[in-house]
Design a protein. Sequence first.
Length: 271
Amino acid sequence: MKKTVLVTGASAGIGKATAIYLAQNGYNVYGAARRVEKMEELKHFGIKPIALDVTNDESVTSCIKQILEEAGSIDILVNNAGFGSYGSIEDVSMEDARYQMEVNVFGAIRLTQLILPKMRENRYGKIVNISSIGGKIVFPMGGWYHATKFALEALSDSLRNEVREFGIDVIVVEPGATKSEWGNIATDSLMKVSGHTAYEDLATKTNKVFTQLSSSVVEPIVIAKLIQKGIEAKNPKTRYRTNQMASTVLLFLRKILSDKLMDKLIMSQIK
């Protein structure tokens, strides 16, 4: 019997690639996003598009209710919906900061809360939380984005040990630079928020780094394959990462360097 998967943020990027790839590999896939019109293409792959605004509890509960009524269960949840809004911590409004937390953290955990009872009943489930290398390493001008990913990492670690006894696995995927709308959203917000403030110089230099990184991104299908590897493993790893050289080196250095040395290393790249 086909396993039912819910992939959030399925209108573009990693979410879209994952929904398509899993559908092609025998899964019953629901693709969820606010922009339903951008998911028309998914229907050609047998994917069922469903409207979902993860910041609206009525939308979240309605989405889960519909899938449970139609499919009977949600065996795998891929919490992919999220975005990166950049700018100095001083410049980013609290309203924008809260919204980023709502989307990247609270939305994912609310969905998780709602699917867990059925997973516990079935004594089976896979919860995949899409974090980032930015959930381990912090760069200036991205404090609020990094905060959401650090939070998701912590919640995943706690949840993993809470649900283990029910046959449920919690898997964190930590992409490095990936081809998606994320980069444009991040750079646009960066310059809009801090491009004309006391942080203008740092914002401009950080924006330049983002532009340089755009030449070394991986395709979303790479992340989709990591997700499949995780959900099909009998004993999945707690974390899956791409083998991008820059990410691997940075994560290694984060382990062995002091905070101040890591600061110097990161700031030496922002010039």
